[in-house]
Design a protein around this ligand. Structure first.
Ligand code: GLN
Length: 276
């Protein structure tokens, strides 16, 4: 079968199965399975695909049809221009989270220390360390399995970072210049209404933020002053409707509180400076 024939077959199957990004996903999987680039495809769409590659593509399309996320099939996701390994033990890095990284980059300087709570794949911490030479950092997660993926990412990217298992600050000592976190923030009863890819294939513990979705913010806001240097900064990713509530949680201990929007104009990050 030719590249063009195989792509057509993949697109049709994914569309028929109601996969939201059927067009893009059929492409990505073809590039992955047949080892071709998009420009290569357009130069030779009639190129024959080896039978074993053809089978790999069909298997991947079948898995994607059953709502397994694309990134679990290819094993990776780009974030801040870096490639991260992902698996079922970590949240797949989201483009929206790049806003948090960009905000934190604005204040980090060589010699500073950063703490990433609920590090998951390590995408936030490792991007900060790569883009801010001279900064050191620690990532924590409750899940030992998530931490092994984060460590694998650090090793693959050649970035030195400390990772530590624990419930938020449980095993953290000392102080940091900056705390960042994208904690679980979906209200428990809303998790079941998420799209199948997320609900059934991403770790529930990375999504579920308790009854009102705010339980991690409450715990972080209460404990973090003990782990910040004077005038230390905090950057928290939030859900689109949580800006006010999270800003209020930070208000007792923080000043210069700002809510930052993402590229769709939705509230996405709350940040503040520890009150002296
Ligand atoms: N920090 C990771 C990310 O932003 C994981 C977040 C989480 O597990 N809630 O992708």
């Amino acid at each position: 079968m030719t590249l063009a024939g195989l792509l057509k077959e993949g697109r049709e199957r994914l569309k028929a199965e109601g996969i939201a990004e059927w067009e893009l996903d059929a492409w990505y999987l073809l590039e992955y399975a047949a080892g071709c680039t998009r420009s290569g495809y357009f130069m030779h769409p009639e190129q024959e695909v080896l039978p074993d590659r053809e089978q790999v593509y069909r298997d991947l399309i079948a898995k994607r049809s059953s709502h397994i996320p694309l990134q679990h099939l290819t094993g990776s996701q780009e974030f801040m221009g870096l490639s991260f390994f992902v698996d079922e033990n970590v949240l797949i890095p989201r483009q929206d989270t790049e806003i948090l990284v960009e905000e934190a980059l604005g204040v980090l300087a060589p010699g500073m220390r950063v703490l990433d709570l609920c590090t998951g794949s390590g995408c936030i911490l490792l991007s900060l360390l790569r883009l801010c030479p001279g900064v050191s950092g620690t990532g924590t997660d409750l899940s030992e399995k998530a931490l092994s993926t984060a460590r694998r990412n650090a090793e693959h990217l050649g970035i030195a970072a400390d990772f530590c298992q624990g419930d938020l600050f449980e095993n953290i000592s000392g102080t940091y210049d900056c705390i960042v976190s994208n904690p679980p923030y979906i209200a428990s009863r809303e998790v079941d209404a998420l799209m199948e890819e997320v609900r059934d294939h991403e770790p529930r513990m990375a999504l579920d933020g308790g009854v009102d979705g705010l339980s991690f913010y409450r715990r972080i806001a209460e404990a973090c002053p003990d782990y910040l240097e004077p005038s230390g900064r905090i950057f928290l990713e939030i859900g689109y409707d949580q800006g006010k509530a999270v800003a209020e949680l930070l208000r007792p201990a923080f000043e210069e509180i700002r809510i930052v929007q993402d590229l769709s104009g939705l509230d996405r990050v709350v940040c503040g400076v520890l009150r002296s």
